[in-house]
Design a binder for this molecule. Structure first.
Ligand SMILES: [Zn+2]
Length: 195
């Protein structure tokens, strides 16, 4: 068993399978031309909380994941929402030219390990941005990406970053009451395509 090239944890069969599964789920909703890439640090630990895994509205996502999903997609879950409605939310997100990606492509629960993984993955991330995603804008979300900002600025992304007063936007995961979703969604509304 070797170390995963994204998170640095041991990459057994299950680890690789889950990473590929997340990639496949996300690829389905990837815009042809990405207007704004929402860049977060790492996917949530629970598979049910993964942004691109659509399921019944309020059945499976934790509160943080529910808030994140609903705020970004404009979807609003109720007790009777169906998987099809979450899928519609993701399709709308895609039509606006928005795509969510993670600097580290696997869940890393320990915050020190995550900070190290973010640092380690920076060169790969720059390649992914330039060769693969090629977004017009990059909205930086999660305090764990603060140290990436100068790296992105130094690599030519300075004029294309969407920040919250020079810092990453908060995310509901781990920041609780500091999650001011409206600031992120307003910034995305300014740069995304109308639908
Ligand atoms: Zn990994």
């Amino acid at each position: 068993v070797i170390a995963c090239d994204s998170c640095g944890l041991l990459a057994d069969d299950r680890h690789i399978r889950e990473r590929i599964e997340r990639l496949e789920l996300a690829t389905r909703f990837r815009p042809i031309h990405t207007q704004a890439l929402v860049l977060d640090a790492a996917p949530p630990a629970r598979a049910e909380d993964y942004f691109y895994r659509f399921a019944k509205g309020d059945a499976s996502r934790c509160a943080e994941s529910r808030s994140y999903f609903d705020e970004l997609t404009g979807f609003s879950a109720t007790a009777r929402s169906s998987a099809a409605e979450e899928e519609t939310g993701l399709e709308a997100f895609q039509r606006r030219g928005l795509f969510l990606a993670y600097a580290v492509e696997c869940p890393v629960e320990d915050s020190r390990e995550l900070a190290q993984a973010v640092q380690r993955t920076a060169p790969t991330l720059l390649k992914r941005l330039k060769i693969s995603y090629r977004p017009k804008w990059v909205a930086v979300v999660s305090p764990f990406l603060a140290e990436l900002i100068p790296i992105l600025q130094g690599a030519g992304w300075d004029e294309h970053l969407i920040l919250d007063e020079g810092k990453p936007f908060a995310s509901p995961f781990g920041s609780g009451a500091d999650w001011h979703a409206g600031r992120l969604t307003a910034a995305l509304a300014r740069v995304s395509r109308a639908v």
